[in-house]
Design a protein around this ligand. Structure first.
Ligand code: 5GP
Length: 128
């Protein structure tokens, strides 16, 4: 069972931004930048291009809505999109508020307090 399946079931807590029957969005716990959000299908699928095309399209539509909300809620130049999956083998779309190229490198990390995580998740959710 993936760590994200445990988040989806509520076994592990997360700072949730959005949820519907098929997908969930929550803040990345080790964010590249404040507002870094993961959009995840509830079905545990390892690799993004193993998804069937319609679920893939729905995940991208869900991510689109979350990205629009991030851009309204978090000051940034734009929202970057990445799919990696080398650490957690459960499909997830990274949405990252960008100030510069280093925000896309997964090396420089932002440190947020629990209160800042909570507030950021609320602000993004409020713009959905
Ligand atoms: P990837 O699999 O795309 O290389 O990276 C996985 C991402 O998931 C990382 O950015 C990491 O910080 C995030 N992550 C790993 N474990 C957890 C967790 O338990 N909760 C949350 N919210 N994010 C996690």
């Amino acid at each position: 069972m993936s760590i994200f399946t445990k988040i989806i079931s509520g076994e592990i807590p997360s700072y949730k931004v959005a949820e519907n029957d098929e997908f969930i969005a929550f803040l990345d716990i080790n964010p590249n930048a404040k507002g870094h959000t993961l959009c995840v299908p509830k079905q545990e699928i390892n690799k993004i291009f193993d998804m069937d095309k319609s679920l893939y399209t729905c995940l991208m539509e869900f991510s689109y809505d979350v990205a629009q909300a991030i851009e309204k809620a978090v000051p940034c130049k734009r929202v970057g999109v990445a799919v990696v999956g080398l650490e957690v083998p459960h499909v997830h779309v990274h949405l990252i508020p960008l100030q510069d190229m280093d925000d896309m490198r997964f090396q420089r990390k932002a440190s947020l307090t629990p209160e800042e995580f909570e507030e950021t998740a609320k602000q993004i959710a409020a713009n959905l």
